[in-house]
Design a protein around this ligand. Structure first.
Ligand SMILES: [Zn+2]
Length: 221
């Protein structure tokens, strides 16, 4: 492990709290986002780096509504998500925006990269995040995991009960996923959830996994 630790890279992460339902967009140094709501006020947090990709925790409206705006501004950006979240991106009823005033359908299906449980997304410089399937809140929830961080979306918001009463929610699955997330957190990872009532901008550092091929059966994307 020593060699791995020597290669480990730490990057800066910033929290942005969106105007809709206080959902969080996490901005990772190097041009990566976890989820996407408001775009215009988020831009200064990018420090001029552009956006290379968005890692979606799931496809509910409040975590995706800025994607069309964002991808129009950043033509190179890709969206990484589960197969179920892909369906949500392309269906206003599944992503629940239909029931709000502005139905949202994602305009760039060709820029979606579907990931399976255990897949790793290469963030550049040999650093990666791993997709961990954490279904229940939706069937396609993903927790994005690094060596010391868990971006859990709505599968785990510390101090808040997991919402399972939306269409396709599954309480039993959600409880199992919560246990899984807690076990990963117990290994020394910090949880960065999908909602936060605290309006302050948090800036912190996380360690990325340094070997993109480390997962036993995950694909590298
Ligand atoms: Zn949700």
């Amino acid at each position: 492990m020593t060699a791995l630790n020597l290669l480990e890279q730490t990057i800066k992460v910033k929290k942005y709290r969106n105007s809709l339902f206080s959902s969080c967009t996490w901005v990772l140094d190097g041009g990566w986002l976890v989820d996407c709501g408001d775009v215009e006020p988020l831009l200064p947090l990018l420090d001029g780096q552009g956006v290379r990709g968005v890692l979606l925790t799931h496809g509910h409206f409040d975590h995706i509504y800025g994607l069309n705006d964002l991808l129009e501004r950043f033509p190179e950006a890709r969206v990484y998500c589960s197969a179920w979240a892909r369906e949500q991106l392309l269906n206003a009823k599944l992503n629940i925006s239909f029931y709000h005033e502005t139905p949202f359908v994602f305009d760039y299906p060709e820029r979606i990269v579907v990931v399976e449980d255990g897949a790793q997304v290469d963030l550049g410089d040999g650093n990666a995040v791993t997709a961990v399937a954490t279904p229940g809140h939706t069937p396609g929830c993903i927790t994005w995991m690094t060596d010391d961080a868990l971006f859990t979306g709505d599968a785990c918001i510390p101090g808040v009960r997991v919402v399972t009463n939306l269409p396709h929610g599954d309480k039993q699955l959600a409880m199992r996923s919560l246990e899984h997330i807690r076990s990963l957190a117990a290994e020394g990872r910090t949880i960065y959830p999908g909602h936060d009532v605290d309006p302050s901008v948090l800036t912190t550092n996380i360690s990325l996994s340094s070997h993109p091929n480390r997962a036993p059966h995950g694909e590298i994307l």
